[in-house]
Write a protein of this length. Structure first.
Ligand code: SD4
Length: 331
């Protein structure tokens, strides 16, 4: 080895720095994900709640045709966004306190590129606007009127998202319950988060919601926040969150789950540890439903929630099923 090369490599070594597949990383940040005992499973798609079953179908039709995980998660969650009967995502979503439906969404690919929109009105598929932010701008997140204008510039049509059913329910809430703190609607389920690994072994994720029913105008939850509602690291795995966004943001939830997988935890263990951290950081746990879903680079999935009731849709070459996640507390 030439003297100069030797000196620079020993200097780097003394700083505890080495090259990894992704470039520079400190030695303590090395990927410690366990090698699978069986062959890596791919493709696989997972998504939150029962509405994930239909969303997975759309995603799976792309994955099995060798399309990218990115295309799969975008097309998958669009199904839920466009479902007017679903009261927590996209069209038909519950409005804010003043009767306006405001949507949050984000998307992240295997190259750690990401895009997000928040507090977006009058656009049926915010996930596709988030993808345009990722692919067509130097930014990560655009919010409010700016996001709406951006969507029109990109050719998205204007649409009234407040269905008659959602309007009637909001009017009833306004008349009788406005002074009560709105609760996360766990009966009707909420946010859809979707994670996929494609035939090439690349991971992507998407997350989209109308957020906390009857929230304060301008409120944004975890769902469009990279690291909170969604995080993807193609060397390790991906995670997404559902439930009370305020709690998820406080622990940078999805990033935490991915980092725990980096430390060698299984998807289930990582989700459980993140849930335990949320529980440890909150004095009032009443109604604090949060669920995490994770998929690692080996194609293994897992989920866990604070309270019973969280489930997720799982699809691979062998099966398509709804899985009940583990949980800490009964209601
Ligand atoms: C949010 N995690 O905005 C989302 C979903 C939600 O009622 O609150 N649904 O916090």
């Amino acid at each position: 080895m030439k003297r100069r090369t030797f000196l620079s490599s020993t200097a780097l070594a003394s700083l505890g720095v080495l090259f990894t597949r992704s470039g520079f990383a400190s030695s303590s940040e090395r990927n410690t994900i366990k090698q699978p005992s069986s062959p890596i499973k791919k493709p696989v798609v997972v998504s939150t709640w029962i509405h994930g079953m239909d969303a997975n179908k759309a995603a799976w039709s792309l994955l099995k045709a060798n399309k990218s995980a990115l295309d799969a998660v975008e097309q998958g969650v669009r199904v839920t966004e466009s479902d007017a009967t679903n009261r927590s995502v996209g069209l038909g979503g519950n409005p804010d306190r003043d009767g306006n439906v405001t949507l949050d969404a984000c998307i992240m690919n295997h190259e750690s590129e990401c895009g997000a929109v928040a507090c977006l009105q009058n656009i049926e598929n915010p996930i596709s606007v988030a993808r345009k932010v990722m692919e067509g701008t130097p930014h990560v997140m655009i919010v409010g009127k700016g996001a709406e204008e951006f969507a029109y510039e990109k050719g998205f049509p204007k649409k009234n998202l407040l269905t008659d059913e959602a309007k009637t329910a909001w009017e009833k809430w306004k008349a009788t319950e406005e002074l009560k703190k709105p609760e996360i609607n766990h009966e009707n389920h909420d946010t859809i988060g979707m994670l996929a690994i494609d035939e090439d072994g690349n991971l992507s994720g998407a997350c989209t919601t109308s957020g906390w029913a009857y929230k304060l105008p301008g409120r944004v939850g975890d769902s469009p926040i990279i690291g909170a509602g969604l995080f993807v690291d193609n060397e390790i795995g991906a995670a997404c969150a559902t439930g009370m966004g305020e709690a998820v943001i406080r622990i940078a939830g999805s990033h935490t789950v991915v980092e725990l997988m980096r430390q060698g935890k299984t998807p289930n263990e990582a989700c459980k540890l993140a849930v335990e951290r949320i529980i440890a950081k909150h004095k009032d746990l009443k109604g604090l439903q949060v669920g995490f879903l994770a998929l690692n680079k080996n194609g293994e999935a897992g989920g866990y929630s604070t309270y019973a009731g969280f489930n997720y849709a799982y699809t691979d070459n062998a099966k398509a099923e709804l899985i009940d996640a583990g949980y800490e507390m009964e209601w």
